[in-house]
Write a protein that binds this ligand. Sequence first.
Ligand SMILES: [Zn+2]
Length: 217
Amino acid sequence: MTTLQQVDLQCPVCENEFRSQQVISTNSFGGKRTDFHERAAGVQPLPFMVHMCGRCGYTGSERDFTEEADVSPLIKEQVWSELAPIVSTRGVPGSEKYEAAAKVADWQGAEPRHVADLLLRAAWCCVDEGDLEAERFFRRKAAWKFEESLASWDGVAAEERAVLTYLVGELWRRVGDLEAARGWFDAVSEEITDPATQSWVGDAARQQRDCPREWFG
Ligand SMILES: [Zn+2]
């Protein structure tokens, strides 16, 4: 089962001290979807792996609440103008926390790949929140960011290109754009650098193109 524990955090933007919940342990007994969304048995851990300040809306992982956090005056200004208005006293759903975290990462100049990962997590949270429209919105945004990282010269390590190319295809498939999905699935084989360890990616791409499945395994 998933174990949560309270954690005391201090916001690097507004100095607000607040209590959040963090994940101490979790499991993947719930299986893995074909977009790599790992499911836990019991409570899903994702919404608790990101924290939002209830005063200014600054959001990030636990590390983003330490001295290592990059919060320039400009970023503080962006947090106050764009995130503070969405803060509410009710529980903010995981998807909105990840969306805020993706904005902060973008303002900090993070790699597109990192921003894409946060947007993908927002989409995964939407699955649990039962919000199909928002799920597709975040899948689209994640796909564009992964595409941006694949298009940049050194945004993705050579040995990771095949799996990310597959993932972009799977995101478009789940959005409902089967033509875009096919293009990306067809491109996977050219990105395989080591057939011994990556042939499964090629197999998965063919499967999702021709006879898609919801779950791995
Ligand atoms: Zn704050």
